[in-house]
Design a protein around this ligand. Structure first.
Ligand code: PRP
Ligand code: URA
Length: 208
């Protein structure tokens, strides 16, 4: 399955500010959240709806609604939580899980430190969030853990991806749809995306 790339001047405009090293923490966080809303909009365009009858001030009518309980948003800690804000603006009653992973800076392998996901994950549309898909290790491990728990319908949303990470994720989890706002050139020798935006977690939380 080919990744869905959000190619749009509005997204490119937001990315131009996000990537700039002069952009400060507040604006960086706001942009991550806003782009995530657009990713969610695209990823959930096939969302199941049910018809219910309501009354407007003028007349009775039938409207389409989403059952928000059917959705689980799973940010990969830390940086994924920066995206959550945008998604819960769209579906405020979706259930939320957390998977804590950090990359060992020498081996580049993800290390797990936290795991808590909503019950009945096997019946939900699961949306995994991480702004960066670099080597793909973190996304692959998080999705493997969710599948071990029974999750079947999984989409992965990221702001910036590297071709290497997309390829690896597609090889290991071919059933998972990837939504990204940019596919960059490559990874550097330290596993950073080039040109990328630097360390997403540090820029969201102002830790460096
Ligand atoms: C970053 C990013 C991803 C991971 C991507 O997290 O948010 O989780 O690296 O790299 P990969 O595709 O090579 O696994 P990091 O480990 O820096 O942790 P943080 O979110 O706590 O900053
Ligand atoms: N994680 C980040 O935060 N940035 C990168 O470029 C790669 C991994």
């Amino acid at each position: 399955m080919e990744p869905v790339i959000l190619k749009h001047p509005l997204i490119d405009n937001k990315l131009s500010i996000l990537r700039n090293k002069k952009t400060g923490t507040k604006e960086f966080r706001e942009l991550i959240s806003e782009i995530s809303m657009f990713l969610c909009y695209e990823a959930l365009k096939d969302a199941k709806t049910e018809t219910v009858e309501i009354e407007t001030p003028v007349a009775k009518t039938k409207v389409s609604k989403i059952n928000e309980d059917d959705y689980a948003f799973i940010p990969i800690l830390r940086a994924g939580t920066g995206m959550l804000d945008g998604l819960i603006k769209v579906l405020p009653n979706a259930k939320i899980g957390h998977i804590g992973l950090f990359r060992n800076e020498t081996t580049l392998k993800p290390v797990r430190y936290y795991y808590k996901v909503p019950k009945d994950i096997d019946k939900k549309q699961v949306v995994v969030l991480d702004p960066m898909l670099a080597t793909g290790g973190s996304a692959i491990d998080a999705i493997t853990m969710l599948k071990e728990e029974g999750a079947k319908n999984i989409k992965f949303l990221c702001i910036i991806s590297a071709p290497e990470g997309i390829k690896k994720l597609q090889e290991v989890h071919p059933d998972v749809e990837i939504y990204t706002s940019a596919v960059d050139e490559k990874l550097n020798e330290k596993g950073y995306i080039v040109p990328g935006l630097g360390d997403a977690g540090d820029r969201i939380f102002g830790t460096k």
